[in-house]
Design a protein around this ligand. Structure first.
Ligand code: HEC
Ligand code: HEC
Ligand code: HEC
Ligand code: HEC
Length: 115
């Protein structure tokens, strides 16, 4: 990479920081947070996404446990869903809670199940 490109990138980075004092408070992508701990390989074999998501699902469970071992929100989905069906790692932020109404149309909520 040329020095010119490097200094442009560096300059752009500093400008972005200067313009956004709240950058640190931006919500962080779920996948990014995991990748900071263990890299893309935490979920992807050789860092490459699988065709069907099965490898990634295995990885989630190897750290977090299986759906059957989790709480009343997770248990009923054992055998029906993979983690990423609800926690889309590249589309959701840390702290963002999945909702129910993308799949169930009867107004159920996680609060109702956990109470
Ligand atoms: C917490 C686990 C996790 C981590 C860490 C992770 N990914 Fe993913 N990634 C997934 C899952 C699950 C999918 C498939 C479902 C989806 O698209 O959300 C996926 C999909 C993808 C895709 C397919 C396109 C897309 O967005 O659907 C690419 C490309 C990708 N990941 C690249 C990366 C790279 C590069 C890193 C490291 C910076 C990374 N992933 C880190 C879980 C993860
Ligand atoms: C049916 C959708 C759904 C599926 C599938 C699902 N989750 Fe969740 N998960 C949720 C919801 C909703 C919450 C928030 C519960 C609450 O309100 O406290 C949650 C909470 C969590 C939390 C706690 C996060 C926090 O806010 O403290 C973790 C960790 C988690 N899930 C991991 C997983 C893993 C790992 C899998 C796969 C083995 C999985 N989930 C599958 C819906 C799902
Ligand atoms: C290498 C171990 C590892 C893997 C693999 C992994 N996680 Fe995590 N995950 C963690 C750790 C550590 C945390 C932070 C502590 C915690 O909240 O449990 C975390 C946090 C989370 C949280 C809570 C984030 C929040 O909002 O506070 C969710 C949801 C989650 N992971 C889902 C997943 C999903 C979905 C996958 C697979 C696609 C996955 N994880 C794969 C280790 C892992
Ligand atoms: C990605 C789709 C999806 C999401 C999102 C989802 N579910 Fe489900 N849920 C299913 C599927 C599939 C089944 C199994 C088939 C069935 O029983 O309808 C199921 C079954 C259930 C069951 C057991 C059967 C029943 O209908 O009583 C409960 C309880 C449940 N889900 C609660 C929730 C709650 C609470 C949320 C939100 C936190 C949620 N689900 C989000 C797909 C989803």
């Amino acid at each position: 990479m040329s020095n010119k490109i490097l200094s442009a990138l560096f300059g752009a980075g500093l400008a972005a920081l200067a313009l956004s004092p709240t950058a640190m408070a931006e919500p962080q992508e779920l996948a990014e947070m995991h990748a900071e701990m263990d890299g893309c390989e935490a979920c992807h074999a050789d860092g490459e996404p699988s065709e069907d998501g099965a490898y990634e699902f295995e990885q989630c469970q190897s750290c977090h446990g299986t759906l059957a071992e989790m709480d009343a929100i997770h248990q009923p989905h054992d055998g029906n869903l993979m983690c990423a069906d609800c926690h889309a790692p590249h589309d959701m932020s840390v702290g963002e809670k999945p909702t129910c109404d993308s799949c169930h149309d009867d107004g159920r909520t996680s609060e109702a199940l956990l109470k």
